[in-house]
Design a protein around this ligand. Sequence first.
Ligand code: FES
Length: 178
Amino acid sequence: MSMTTGITPIPNVLQSQTGFAVPPPLEAEIDELITHYPVKRSASLMLLHAIQEHFGWISQEAVEWIARKLSLPPINIYELLTFYPMLRLQPMGKYQIKVCRTLSCALAGSAALHQQFCDRLGLDAHKHGPQTTVDGRFTVEFVECLASCGTAPVMMVNEDLHEGVTNTKADEIVAQCK
Ligand code: FES
């Protein structure tokens, strides 16, 4: 607890990215993007997407860079980053395994499916948020409804949707990623 204000400071969940540098073509693209908005601040989310598309995640340095670019305090970028789950606060694995945990999939056993992936990949299924293997190959996480409730349990590996995933099929999916 802060000694001066009595308010517990909010933890900074951002990670540092050594050598962060936006390449000139991306910066030119971002500068052009900003011109589409009457107020620079309105481009915040688009800049976060552009940076994430290039680097795969958003670091402390990226937040500060975007804030400088839009003449905003970094907290204005931080609050967006921590609100939208599609924005990544850490590097993701090459293969991103997303297991739906919403009702139909939960009833069809998605928790056990998630546990199976974590067990096979040496990850802790009970930790909050995305879990990534030490070799950076796999990230496993729960997500909300993937809009295929009739074929539960459903999951994705990167952009590929897998439906009616059995234990056997789950193992095959992991094997195909290696
Ligand atoms: S509940 Fe899983 S896809 Fe809708």
